[in-house]
Design a protein around this ligand. Structure first.
Ligand SMILES: Nc1ncnc2c1ncn2[C@@H]1O[C@H](COP(=O)(O)OP(=O)(O)OP(=O)(O)O)[C@@H](O)[C@H]1O
Ligand SMILES: [Mg+2]
Length: 256
C-alpha cells in the first residue's frame, strides 16, 4: 500500500500570556492509503493540535507534513476535518448543512459535487430528512449528517476528533459501526482521535499512543483483530480484551 501522509518531527509550542506551552515534541508517523489510524493519549496532551496541523490550520513550530508528497501549509480540499465540537448549524436544514463546505469553497454550483452530497444523503438514510433541522434528528443521525458534510468536498483523508463523544453509550456503538462502514465504503483514509480505548481498538488498524504533554509517541500498535467483522463484533473477540488491558496500563502509567 502507498503512504499518503508523512508527518516528520512536528513540534508545537503555544505562546500565551502565562508563557510558552510546549504541546508536541517531535511527532513522526506515516499513514498508508486506506488505513484507519487512532490516536489516544492523556487529556490535554496535544491530540487536537496534531489534527489541526495536518489540516493546515495551524503551523507547527518545527517539522513538516506531506500529503501525497506535497508539503501542507494551508487547508486543502483533500482533507476533511470533523472538529471535536462539530456542530451542525441549528438554523440550517440537514441538506444545507451538508452543502456548507461547497458553499464556503464557492463550489455550490458544481453539479457533480452537489450530486455527490445528494447521493450520500440518500445512501446513508438522510434524504427524507434533508429538509429537517438538526434538532429534529436523533444524535446518531446528526453525526451521520456531520460526516456527510465532511465528505462533501470529496476529501481523501478524514480527520475525526472525538466524533462520538457527545453520544450515549448505546447510540455510540451503533453510530461507530455506521461511520466506520461509510468510511470503508467510500474508501477513505482516516485518523481518529479518541479518549475511548475500546473505540480505538474496535476501529483502528494501528493505534498511536501519546505521552502526556509535551507529547511524544509512546508506542504504535498494529491491531490484529479480525477486520472482516464489524467494529461492534470485534469487541467480542478475546484479542480485544487483551488489547484493552495492555493499552489501559500504558495510558494509566502515562497519567501517573
Ligand atoms: N490556542 C491555544 N492557545 C494556547 N494553548 C493551547 C491552545 N490550544 C491548545 N492549547 C494547549 O495545548 C495543549 C494541547 O491541547 P490539545 O487541544 O491539542 O490537546 P488534546 O489532547 O486534544 O486535549 P483534549 O483531550 O482535552 O481534547 C493543552 O495543554 C492546551 O491547553
Ligand atoms: Mg482535543
Amino acid at each position: 500500500m502507498n503512504t499518503i501522509l508523512n508527518i516528520e518531527k512536528i513540534s508545537l509550542s503555544y505562546h500565551t500570556k502565562q508563557g510558552e506551552i510546549q504541546a508536541l515534541n517531535s511527532i513522526s508517523f506515516d499513514v498508508l492509503d486506506g488505513e484507519f489510524i487512532a490516536i489516544i493519549g492523556p487529556s490535554g496532551c496535544g491530540k487536537t493540535s496534531i489534527l489541526s496541523i495536518i489540516a493546515g490550520l495551524i503551523k507547527p513550530s518545527g517539522g513538516k507534513v506531506f500529503l501525497f508528497g506535497n508539503q501542507i501549509s494551508r487547508p486543502t480540499e483533500s482533507i476533511g476535518y470533523m472538529l471535536q465540537k462539530d456542530q451542525l448549524f441549528p438554523w440550517r436544514t440537514i441538506e444545507k448543512n451538508a452543502l456548507l463546505p461547497l458553499e464556503l469553497k464557492g463550489l455550490s454550483r458544481d453539479g457533480e459535487k452537489r450530486k455527490n452530497v445528494e447521493h450520500l444523503l440518500k445512501k446513508y438514510g438522510l434524504w427524507e430528512f434533508r429538509k429537517s433541522y438538526p434538532n429534529q434528528l436523533s444524535g446518531g443521525m446528526r453525526q451521520r449528517a456531520a460526516l456527510i458534510r465532511t465528505l462533501a468536498s470529496s476529501p481523501k483523508l478524514l480527520l475525526l476528533d472525538e466524533p462520538f463523544s457527545a453520544l450515549d453509550y448505546q447510540t455510540r456503538l451503533s453510530v461507530c459501526d455506521d461511520v466506520y462502514d461509510i468510511i470503508k465504503r467510500e474508501k477513505k483514509t482516516a485518523i481518529l482521535v479518541t479518549h475511548d480505548i475500546s473505540e480505538a481498538i474496535a476501529l483502528a488498524d494501528r493505534i498511536i499512543v501519546l505521552t502526556k504533554r509535551p507529547s511524544k509517541i509512546l508506542n504504535i500498535h498494529y491491531i490484529d483483530t479480525d477486520k472482516s467483522v464489524s467494529p461492534l463484533k470485534r469487541r467480542e473477540s478475546k484479542d480485544f480484551s487483551s488489547w484493552f488491558e495492555r493499552l489501559w496500563r500504558e495510558l494509566n502509567y502515562e497519567k501517573a
